[in-house]
Design a protein. Structure first.
Length: 247
């Protein structure tokens, strides 16, 4: 595990160390990391996944390793649960790296489409494993900053919301809370597109606001607070623009 962390550290830093690695060595490294993803041990899998994501995002900037994205996205349809978990975990770490490094415009449209495809497969109603769904929600939250072009498409936006909204009332309490936290981030990023969903939010979330379970009631109320704040901010922005125009 120490060697994996060292490799990640090298790729996370600045400088020419990564550029000096021979292509053959990079390919061997990629192969070894991909093999490591199918290890049953959760912590080791997570370390391999995080390391692979870190190196991948560096290579994406060099226009290399981009073929990994559709491979991981398609693996969300795999019959082997272990492979599905590795795929969505790695996609999630890739999204985190892209977000942290502010690389919102790095990937071409087809690649962000592949990432979103994998995430939505992980959130789908056909997916029965709660860990896969939880990892998919984390990936969605991390991807929002560079998915705006995808969510400008009404059919994509509505499909995502059709998966996310019901999860806010999931029988699994942890899933329910996580989904509402994800919903808050979605509202902040996509508020101008969500006006048609306000009634649906009301029908789904209003009962939750009065839940006796504090852990359920608080995020439900916070969603309404987020909606209200976004509405205020949007109106304030329009007013400010009008005043500038008049002046």
């Amino acid at each position: 595990m120490g060697s994996l962390l060292l490799i990640k550290q090298v790729y996370s830093g600045e400088g020419s160390t990564q550029q000096n690695l021979p292509k053959e060595l990079k390919n061997e490294l990629k192969s070894a990391l991909l093999q490591g993803l199918i290890i049953p041990d959760h912590q080791l899998k997570k370390t391999f996944s995080s390391c692979l994501a870190c190196i991948s995002v560096y290579e994406f900037q060099q226009k290399e390793w981009l073929d990994l994205i559709p491979i991981f996205a398609n693996n969300l349809s795999h019959q082997d649960l272990n492979i599905k978990k590795a795929a969505i975990m790695t996609l999630g770490f890739m999204c985190e790296q892209l977000k942290e490094k502010n690389l919102n415009g790095l990937l071409e449209n087809d690649k962000t489409e592949d990432i979103l495809k994998g995430i939505l497969l992980g959130m789908s109603k056909q997916e029965t494993d709660s860990e896969v769904k939880s990892l998919a929600l984390l990936a969605l939250q991390a991807s929002l900053s560079f998915m705006k072009k995808q969510f400008e498409k009404k059919e994509v936006r509505e499909y995502m919301l059709d998966l996310l909204v019901p999860l806010c009332t999931d029988a699994n309490k942890q899933m329910q809370v996580q989904s509402m936290q994800c919903m808050m981030d979605v509202i902040k990023q996509l508020y101008p597109y969500l006006k048609d969903y306000i009634l649906i939010f009301f029908q789904i979330l209003s009962p939750l606001c009065f839940s006796k379970d504090y852990e359920i009631a608080v995020p439900a109320i916070e969603i309404w607070s987020t909606l209200a704040q976004e509405d205020i901010d949007q109106k304030a922005t329009k007013t400010s623009q009008n005043l500038v125009f008049v002046c």
